[in-house]
Design a protein around this ligand. Structure first.
Ligand code: ZN
Length: 591
């Protein structure tokens, strides 16, 4: 059934009063936002929906009509939201009607900070998290080697020797050694990264390619574990592991461009499948290069972007200055691709003690962490963002890093007093000095946070910064919300799962894996978490006029869930499944 046939086949004069309902204009994000299809309620023609969802609990996240029973969809837009009897009026002879049997319908989830291509790549690597022992890892590598062309890298991640049921016969400092991997993969280089990301095991082919031998010294800040005869055991720790990663990246970058593009396309497709199966309909990508954006443009031209992407450009300041103007993309290919933000980084992470702090680390009193970008460079990038009409999204974890970014934003805002409503963001905003909390609202800076990081990392956060700082300033999304700041929710996938349900649960419980609560005063309410995942995430991208709520005239991106995450007992939230994911009016995932 084509959409046009629905349009022309169905005329219902009884709908006249509905079509004439006055609605606020279909808000667009800027004058560049070209509307490809005229908003349906502005057309004279009276139309039936192509899809109607009846008999549900529709939580719209739209204050003018918070709850409804049914939704009608035509083309890629929401045609009507209301009671079953009202929405039934939009059912025509060719309308597909779905009885929701009381299930919950919410706006499609918008992941406000994650890494799209990396999510796809993570799906192409061996996943070793479930391995019960070294034999499982070896078996997975053997299977991959039998399917790979010689010289192709076999990569994997997630093994953890302390989680295994048994320890292999040959070990060095508790780690397995390379021989078994070398035996099962004699023609393919292998690199299997530890769950922590701070160590890896390579096989003999890989070490030969890299040129690691008995005489290779340990790099500064890292170690190459050795066998009894002094030859490398295959285990690389910290900077030695980083050097292995770097080699793999460079080596793989030398493949023919067509092969690299093929792989990127596969990454896009795998990432999209993963998102849609979890109810993520829009994805705010936290940093792609110009080259990667070129591919995303190509794919969206070919109609190959199943998830809506909003992308931050991740390039050095020189490259930004040269090429940024060519890369402003708004609502390309039916609003599937927008590029209008820049990603910057001013510090590292708390786990590796590279988050930049105001006071020293509790467990390393000689250090306040690392600044990875000078104030001048940040200002230079900020001015570029200003001049090209881009948002600036700066990674800041430590309280010093957050303060520096707020200071830089404030100064640059003063240099451009005519520019208003900029919606610049701080990515993570993870540790804040209490006096900086109100500055987010005052400056209109969005806190783009990852609740799931709080519950994953919570067990060791007080070790790093002590109880007082953890209580006052760690993941204080509730304080930010109470101060009037906009908080958006993301997962940082593939660092964490892209699953919004697990992230929602973390936001509303702050429950650690051991059952304890991490400073529960900072929990969001379920309504706040849903807003942060939908309308507020849309706002953080200048897209609240077209998505983030189930509102007539907005893009028809909605999700149907197996349980009512707004009312079920807390412990039932995590077992909630996505039943349908609808993007642009099309059912793109069905359980
Ligand atoms: Zn990130």
């Amino acid at each position: 059934m084509t959409k046009m046939s629905v349009r022309s086949a169905w005329l219902a004069s009884s709908l006249g009063f509905l079509m004439s309902l006055a609605f606020s204009s279909h808000a667009v994000c800027s004058e560049e936002d070209a509307q490809e299809v005229p908003p349906i309620y502005e057309t004279e023609e009276k139309v039936a929906a192509h899809l109607v969802l009846l008999n549900g609990k529709v939580v719209t996240v739209d204050e003018s009509q918070p709850e409804a029973e049914a939704v009608a969809i035509l083309h890629d837009q929401i045609l009507a939201v209301g009671s079953d009897s009202l929405v039934s009026l939009y059912v025509g002879p060719e309308t597909r009607v779905i009885d929701l049997e009381g299930k919950l319908v919410v706006p499609g989830f918008i992941d406000a900070h994650a890494h799209f291509l990396s999510l796809g790549y993570s799906r192409m690597r061996l996943r070793l998290n479930e391995a019960k022992g070294w034999d499982d890892v070896v078996a997975l590598v053997a299977a991959a080697a039998s399917e790979s062309k010689p010289r192709e890298w076999i990569l994997g991640r997630g093994w953890h020797q302390e989680k295994w049921e048994s320890i292999p016969a040959d070990t060095v400092e508790g780690y397995p050694t390379h021989q078994t991997l070398s035996n099962v993969s004699p023609h393919n280089p292998v690199l299997m990264t530890h769950a922590s990301g701070h160590a890896s095991i390579a096989n003999a082919v890989a070490m030969k390619l890299v040129g690691v031998t008995a005489s290779t010294p340990d790099p500064e800040g890292g170690r190459i574990l050795r066998l009894g005869d002094g030859s490398p055991a295959g285990v690389f720790i910290e900077t030695a592991d980083e050097e292995m990663d770097e080699f793999v990246r460079e080596d793989r970058a030398r493949r023919p461009p067509a092969e690299i593009e093929q792989e990127r396309r596969r990454a896009v497709s795998l990432a999209a499948q993963e998102c849609l199966s979890k109810g993520v309909t829009s994805f705010q990508d936290a940093g792609s290069t110009f080259e990667e954006i070129d591919l995303l443009k190509k794919l969206s031209d070919e109609d190959g972007l199943p998830v809506r992407l909003w992308v931050m450009v991740n390039e050095e300041v020189g490259a930004l200055a040269q090429r940024l103007s060519e890369y402003k993309i708004i609502r390309m290919a039916k609003a599937r691709l927008t590029v209008r933000a820049i990603k910057a980084h001013v510090d590292g992470a708390l786990g590796s003690r590279s988050a930049w702090l105001l006071e020293p680390y509790e467990d390393l009193p000689t250090s306040t962490g690392l600044s990875t970008m000078s104030a001048d460079s940040l200002k230079a990038v900020a001015r570029l963002a200003m001049e090209h009409g881009f948002q600036l999204c700066t990674h800041a974890i430590g309280d010093r890093a957050n303060r520096e970014v707020l200071d830089a934003y404030e100064n640059v805002f003063k240099e451009y007093p005519a520019e208003k409503d900029l919606r610049w963001r701080i990515e993570h905003a993870q540790h804040l000095h209490p006096s900086d909390v109100p500055r987010f609202r005052e400056l209109g800076v969005i806190a783009s946070m990852q609740p799931i990081h709080c519950t994953s990392d919570g067990p060791w956060v007080p070790q790093r910064i002590g109880d007082r700082r953890a209580e006052e300033g760690a993941y204080v999304w509730k304080k930010l919300m109470n101060s009037g700041a906009v908080v958006s929710c993301g997962t940082d996938a593939p660092v964490e799962s892209v699953d919004p349900i697990a992230n929602f649960y973390a936001a509303v419980t702050r429950r650690l894996p051991n059952g304890e609560l991490f400073y529960p005063a900072q929990r969001m309410t379920r309504e706040e978490a849903l807003k942060a995942y939908t309308i507020d995430a849309a706002y953080a991208a200048f897209q609240e006029g077209e998505k983030g709520s189930i509102t007539r005239g907005k893009l028809a991106d909605v999700v149907v869930l197996s349980k009512d995450i707004l009312t079920v007992p807390q412990e039932e939230i995590l077992s909630t499944k996505v039943l349908y994911t609808i993007v642009g009016g099309e059912i793109v995932y069905q359980r």
